[in-house]
Design a binder for this molecule. Sequence first.
Ligand SMILES: Cc1cc2nc3c(=O)[nH]c(=O)nc-3n(C[C@H](O)[C@H](O)[C@H](O)COP(=O)(O)O)c2cc1C
Length: 212
Amino acid sequence: MQFDMDQLASAERYKLLVNTITPRPIAWVVTQDKAGHRNAAPYSFFNAMGSQPPLVAIAIGGDDIRQGDGQKDTLRSIRETCEFTIALVTEADAEKMVLTAIDAPVGIDEMELAGIETRPASKVSPPLIASSPVTYECRLWQFIETHPGGGIVLGEVLAMHIDDAVLGDENGKLRIDAPALKLVGRAHGAGWYWRGSDQVRIDRTAWPLDAE
Ligand SMILES: Cc1cc2nc3c(=O)[nH]c(=O)nc-3n(C[C@H](O)[C@H](O)[C@H](O)COP(=O)(O)O)c2cc1C
């Protein structure tokens, strides 16, 4: 069956995309607005976008639930301060992460609500989620407005923190034991998540194909 996007409502387009592009990594984004209000929320339209400069992209939809300027708190804060942090989400933190997706009014600190501990970042004001084994300190690199109240945040990663427990050495090179991070990704539909515990190794083939 072919789906022509221009024949569909936005909610139908969303459904087709999120049920087919899976798993998606989850950025647990922490911001702090100029008044000092801290905010945390998960975003799974998220990925790395290159290393020169080191960029991540997060797509933030408009806010059509709360009365306000049509922007989610995360986007408003990022545009206001140009700073945010990202925590990657472990299986152990998954339920708390979901709780922070609550449609709380501006000024409610979802981290306090979910009992999430933080620690200071070194280059930006928003704090880091202490329980996460991988956190990024980011500065807004570019915002691309795609519709009223929403768009794509490109963030430059200024610093990255990785738990020493998953770092090692392999023939003099840094080795990261990624499976040990036990991260979750977003799966099909609302409420479903992926565990990264089922992996397959496929090595790349060198050219020429028949070289012995
Ligand atoms: C796992 C998960 C992933 C989500 N991903 C996105 C996303 O990529 N973009 C988006 O706009 N909202 C996403 N949401 C919804 C936001 O987290 C939700 O709207 C939240 O209330 C926004 O909070 P804020 O206004 O404090 O920024 C996601 C929710 C969950 C639970």
